[in-house]
Design a protein around this ligand. Structure first.
Ligand code: 13P
Length: 332
């Protein structure tokens, strides 16, 4: 069985990225019902199976993040969905945080929970076939936020999670997400993202997490979505690479960005522009998109079996675009 370093590198091998399909039941229910699709265990299974069985995906998608319901579900042919992925050479992963909850004594801020019992859950997920995991912390930008307390609490939890994953033979994806919501300028996002990454790597060091056996899943550096002047694609790319260069050690094999509510084409363009920049880029710079990879396919699918091939076609196209962007070869 490959070790965690090898698995981490395989997930982001040339042109490959991650499909984040780990929406909780309540989040995917919102996305389905917004398109008049009833959310049942079976419709959620059918939706994920449509994505996972898209032909010719393996060159673009190195890993898929599942959540607890999906990792236990069988596809329509009786083959477990996780097995469907593994047979195609796509590495299955699992979301293991228990969501974000208000952080005590820090109004307006959140901490990701889920450390209690995590060792046992990781052991079971490994048994079920997962080879990597994901934990998402969020940081809000407002006047005076994020506080040092919130940054520290979340960085510490991310490091404890990452150490437990490695102990159980799983690659941790460390996801500190500075949210796009807000009326702040790009410079503010750059400053906050830098402070967050600094704290996260400090905690990872103290927890003796092996950087070679993990992946980082950060936000890109953008202006807040309520800010009057949105930055250009080049400005986003430059600020994002600058903050990574300053705060992410070269030993980390891959940085896989979240899309965070960006338009899907813009998410592709930003990733491509980052990869096109000159300067040292010691990590693979790729994607771990949820909405930006899925939204078009979900819109086309609409819960109807006869629309599966058309939905798979648009999903394949978007994965192809993001894969090209991960190589700096996307041309619109
Ligand atoms: P988005 O790309 O939709 O932000 O989702 C990625 C993810 O996994 C968030 O945790």
């Amino acid at each position: 069985m490959p070790g965690i370093d090898e698995t981490a590198r395989a997930i982001v091998a040339d042109g490959k990225g991650i499909l984040a399909a780990d929406e909780t039941v309540s989040t995917i229910t919102k996305r389905l019902t917004a398109r008049a699709i009833e959310s049942t265990a079976d419709s959620r299974r059918a939706y994920r199976e449509m994505l996972f069985s898209t032909p010719d995906l393996t060159a673009f998608i190195g890993g898929v993040i599942l959540q607890d319901e999906t990792i236990r579900q069988d596809g329509s042919t009786g083959i477990p969905l996780i097995e469907l992925l593994a047979r195609r050479g796509i590495i299955p992963g699992i979301k293991v945080d228990a969501g974000v909850h208000p952080l005590a004594g820090a109004p307006g801020e959140f901490v990701a929970e889920g450390l209690d019992g995590l060792r046992d859950r990781l052991e079971e997920y490994h048994e079920l076939g997962a080879r990597f995991a994901k934990w998402r912390a969020v940081f809000v930008i407002r006047d005076g936020l994020p506080t040092a307390k919130c940054i520290h609490a979340n960085a510490h939890a991310l490091a404890r999670y990452a150490a437990l994953c490695q102990e159980q033979g799983l690659v941790p994806i460390v996801e500190p997400e500075v949210l796009m919501e807000g009326a702040h300028a790009l410079e503010r996002c750059e400053d906050v993202t830098g402070r967050v990454l600094h704290a996260v790597f400090n905690e990872l060091f103290d927890a003796q997490v092996s950087l070679e056996g993990m992946l980082l899943k950060p936000n890109m550096v953008t202006a807040g979505n309520g800010f009057a002047r949105q930055a250009s694609v080049e400005e986003v790319a430059e600020a994002t690479l600058r903050v990574l260069t300053r705060h992410v050690p070269p030993a980390v094999p891959g940085v896989v960005f979240l899309s965070g509510g960006q338009d899907h084409v813009l998410a592709t363009e930003h990733l491509n522009a980052i990869n096109m920049l000159d300067g040292p880029k010691p990590w693979k710079l790729s994607f771990s998109y949820g909405r930006a990879l899925q939204d078009e396919a979900l819109e086309v699918w609409r819960g109807q079996r006869e629309r599966v091939p058309a939905a798979q076609q648009v999903f394949h196209h978007r994965a192809w675009c993001d894969s090209a962007a991960a190589l700096g070869r996307y041309s619109g």
